[in-house]
Design a protein around this ligand. Structure first.
Ligand code: F3S
Length: 405
């Protein structure tokens, strides 16, 4: 790999041991992917997880003197104070690792947003910006919807990028690798944000390859929440880091632009029957529920408004959790939504992820309801079962304590 003098100096330790370690990892990655050079980045987002390996790595860099050149936003962890007050006493081990991780990220220079939708608030890249974003719903969103350029990063590689201000140039950073190869004709009626969850889950069931899919047949621009759901499920069930929607996403104004010089390698059709099959296999049978959980990825203010409207003057029969960013929670308070949700018996927690053990221990072995297949999938290992329904139906079920259909 060709390095500039500045980059070579970083690698040789002239900017300190921590920077050298970050650069060494990135050069290794670059070599593995046949990158010819490093390129500067303007933004980073690190999928912090507050687990042992996360803490080990950030402390290792910190102890070697590394600091971020570009302050990354970070994924949610656990809002320990809120959980202690409203759910259960978080075990000391959990408290210790979360506090130590937060402290280490603060020291290294991260911006502690604790939010998994940075592409909607606080860290929104523009078209063509070269960035380093880790987090499964973020990578497809920034590449496909915003036209920014990020490879599929791990939390470690994104943290290294934040420290060096560089990434190796390969894959989605290059024009020729951003073109489609798989044509996906959507014949199914995709009517709302929830249908994008199902469509996002459905495509990888029909095609397992990592090539960029180009969707046709979607005439109406999805909402930001629709795009968020779509990318989250595509990437969770199929490792899709970028897609095009012809006539809608910025690098696919036409079919020709979406494919560039590539030939169509495979044609796939998604019908109403396919979506129904996914609905049946994924969403689960009606029945009693113990709790409701939303916000994987973190809910937007418009989703919170939908919930608040349904809960006005009602009382919830089961525990009810909305996970969101600090900013959205504050906005919900201003708009009166928080008050409505709390009066109904619900919780709105910021800075928290559905996937951070031992955060949700009281629900191990129980049955919840959610609108997010990703939430259900990540919690399988904790023996938490989820019934999946559209958001408004979930709220109805939480009021009744049961899913009727
Ligand atoms: Fe966000 Fe955690 Fe889900 S980071 S997308 S709530 S797994």
């Amino acid at each position: 790999m060709e390095l500039t003098k500045y980059e070579q100096d970083m690698l040789d330790g002239k900017h300190g041991e921590g920077v050298a370690l970050a650069m060494k990892i990135q050069v290794g990655l670059g070599k593995a992917f046949n990158a010819k050079r490093m390129v500067e980045i303007t933004r980073t987002h690190v999928a912090l997880s507050a687990q042992d390996a996360d803490l080990w790595f950030v402390e290792k860099l910190l102890n070697k003197g590394a600091r971020c050149k570009i302050s990354p936003t970070v994924n949610p962890s656990i809002n320990i104070g809120y959980l202690k007050e409203h759910l259960f006493e978080v075990p000391d081990a959990g408290v210790d690792i979360v506090s130590a991780t937060n402290e280490a990220y603060k020291k290294i220079g991260a911006t502690l947003t604790f939010n998994c939708t940075p592409y909607l608030q606080q860290n929104v890249p523009g078209f063509g910006e070269v960035i380093s974003f880790s987090e499964s719903s973020a990578t497809p969103y920034v590449n496909s919807v915003l036209g920014a350029r990020s490879n599929r990063e791990s939390s470690w590689s994104a943290l290294c990028a934040a420290i060096t201000g560089r990434v190796p140039e390969y894959d989605l950073l290059l024009d020729e690798n951003r073109k489609g190869e798989i044509l996906v004709e959507v014949e199914a009626d995709i009517k709302d944000d929830f249908d994008y969850q199902l469509l996002g889950w459905c495509y990888p069931q029909k095609y397992k390859g990592l090539e960029i899919p180009v969707f046709t047949g979607i005439d109406k621009r999805p909402t930001p929440e629709g795009f968020m759901n779509f990318g989250a499920q595509l990437n969770t069930s199929g490792a899709v880091s970028m897609y095009h929607v012809v006539g809608i996403t910025p690098e696919a104004r036409t079919l020709e632009e979406a494919f560039g010089n590539n030939k169509i390698k495979k044609k796939i059709t998604i019908t109403n029957e396919d979506i129904e099959r996914v609905r049946k296999s994924l969403c689960g049978e009606p029945g009693k529920i113990d709790f409701a959980m939303f916000g994987c990825p973190h809910l937007t203010i418009s989703q919170v408004a939908t919930i608040a409207k349904k809960l006005e003057g009602k009382r919830l029969a089961v525990d009810f959790w909305i996970l969101t960013s600090t900013l959205t929670k504050q906005l919900a308070q201003k708009m009166g939504y928080l008050n409505i949700i709390q009066r109904a018996g619900g919780n709105m927690i910021d800075s928290t992820c559905i996937d951070v053990p031992p955060c949700w221990q009281p629900y191990y072995g129980k049955t919840g309801i959610t609108d997010s297949p990703k939430c259900a999938y990540y919690n399988e290992i904790r023996n938490i079962k989820f019934i999946i329904r559209p958001l408004e139906e979930c709220v109805d079920a939480a009021i009744k304590g049961e899913v009727l259909k």
